[in-house]
Design a protein around this ligand. Structure first.
Ligand code: PMP
Length: 454
């Protein structure tokens, strides 16, 4: 199909997620036609390095025949059956076993969903049911974080702390509140990172005491905030938060939708930070995005209570444990394991990216360059002041658009540029990514700074 024909159909009928429909109608879309390895191709013949692994999900890279074959074989055998009424099937049973094998020791059960958002809806219902079964139904409040992201369903957006989402289509689900995020560059530079990390944990404790410790069910957070801007917390943050939660007997929900499946150089972000979460929502890298599947890994404390108490849990989705999605996810996990990809991120690619990415910190437009595993961020600042650009300049969006034409997908969150490439990226491709990012920064600086001076 010709580019323009595809764009015309799209403009006429397709409402895109997280999009200004009017602006997109005026500007039109880039048409992506195929992909292999870490590269996507558009309909105009451009090859673009996908620095975002799709939407943080194509961990194994594009074009893996093994996943295609796993899907085809399962579709021929049993394309769909539900897991509701005392039924199961081999792919879902195998996938459940594999996930629990990879997860921390205290995690031995999984509830499947179709997406990360549905996983977080499941979390909210499971947490409240858990406390009800414990004879503490007053433990209802769930504490999330400002600028956290947990999905786009009503519960997902309520658990998340994205103010623009709360402002549309509210009111949010009651009984959810948010505390400050451990975003040192954005909000804590008047203190050392360590002091700031402790202050964020202290703010959590304060909120617990305000709500009444007997009323708080759970704290939900991403080990590293993804959509909020690839925000790695100061080293003091997680140990202090863990201590607070233990003190008041509050469940920890670690949203592993982005951090899971190798992104930080461990199977789960929780393992990197030494967390022992009670619940871990997962999705994205679970199938490397080849098919939609998510779930909640459930620790023994919660699972044992739900199982032993008996009584139906009135919750589930048509596609909970979809056989074809499960077969692809299982093959994806087997390949990640067999090819030692998680270890390679930890021992080789993560440290290499850290070294190369840090070089961008010298660029006049960059206030901070940070990375962990294969996730990175650049904070754009005005070289004249070292502070943020005027919001009206949309420096981040400008840089993102320039990146695309330069041949790199780098996403912008405000004026934070973020990357999260496929985990199969090579050292040479990391070099190319850094070179393209620098080129895009130069061009952005030229447009923003030089033009202003002229
Ligand atoms: N949690 C986190 C941490 C996410 O990053 C996302 C998606 N970006 C979600 C939940 C929601 O997942 P989905 O888009 O599959 O519903």
């Amino acid at each position: 199909m010709q580019t323009q024909a595809c764009q015309a159909l799209d403009r006429a009928h397709h409402l895109h997620p997280f999009t200004d429909f009017k602006a997109l109608g005026e500007e039109g879309c880039r048409v992506i036609t195929h992909a292999e390895g870490v590269y996507i191709h558009d309909s105009e013949g451009h090859r673009i390095l996908d620095g975002m692994a799709g939407l943080w999900c194509v961990n194994l890279g594009y074009g893996r025949r093994e996943l295609v074959e796993a899907a085809a074989a399962q579709m021929a055998e049993l394309p769909y059956y539900n897991t509701f009424f005392k039924t199961t099937h081999p792919p879902v049973a195998r996938l459940a076993e594999k996930l629990c094998d990879l997860a921390p020791d205290h995690v031995n059960h999984v509830f499947f969903t179709g997406s990360g958002s549905e996983a977080n809806d499941t979390v909210l219902r499971m947490v409240r049911r858990y406390w009800a079964l414990q004879g503490k139904p007053e433990k209802q409040w769930v504490i999330g974080r400002e600028n956290g992201y947990h999905g786009s369903t009503v519960a997902g957006m309520s658990l998340g702390g994205m103010a623009p989402m709360h402002d549309q289509g509210g009111p949010c689900v009651p009984g959810i509140t948010h505390v400050r995020q451990p975003y040192w560059f954005g909000e804590g530079r008047d203190q050392s990172p360590e002091a700031f990390g402790r202050a964020c944990a202290a703010a959590l404790e304060e909120r617990i005491l305000e709500l009444g410790e007997d009323n708080v069910a759970a704290f939900i957070a991403e080990p590293v905030q993804g959509a909020g801007g690839a925000i790695m917390p100061p080293a003091s943050y997680w140990p202090a938060v863990k201590a607070v939660l233990a003190k008041y007997d509050i469940l920890l929900v670690a949203d592993e939708v982005i951090c899971g499946f190798g992104r930080l150089g461990a199977w789960f972000g929780s393992q990197h930070f030494g967390l022992e979460p009670d619940l871990m929502p997962i999705a994205k890298g679970l199938s490397s995005g080849y098919l939609p599947i998510g779930g909640v890994l459930v620790g023994d404390r919660v699972a044992d209570t739900l199982i032993e108490a008996g009584g139906e849990f009135f919750h589930g989705f048509t596609y909970s444990g979809h056989p074809t999605c499960a077969a692809v996810a299982l093959k994806n996990l087997e390949l990640l394991e067999a090819e030692g990809i998680v270890e390679r991120v930890r021992d080789d690619l993560g440290p290499y990216l850290a070294e190369r990415w840090a070089e961008l910190g010298d660029h006049p437009l960059v206030g901070e360059a940070r990375s962990l595993g294969l996730m990175g961020a650049l904070e754009l600042v005005d070289p004249a002041t070292g502070e943020r650009f005027d919001k009206a300049l949309s420096a981040g969006n400008l840089c993102r658009d320039i990146c695309f034409t330069t041949g790199l997908v780098m996403r912008s969150v405000g004026d934070t540029m973020i990357i999260s490439p496929p985990l199969v990226i090579t050292r040479d491709e990391i070099d190319e990514l850094v070179r393209l990012a620098r080129q895009a920064l130069d061009e952005t600086a030229h447009r923003l700074v030089d033009q202003r001076a002229a």
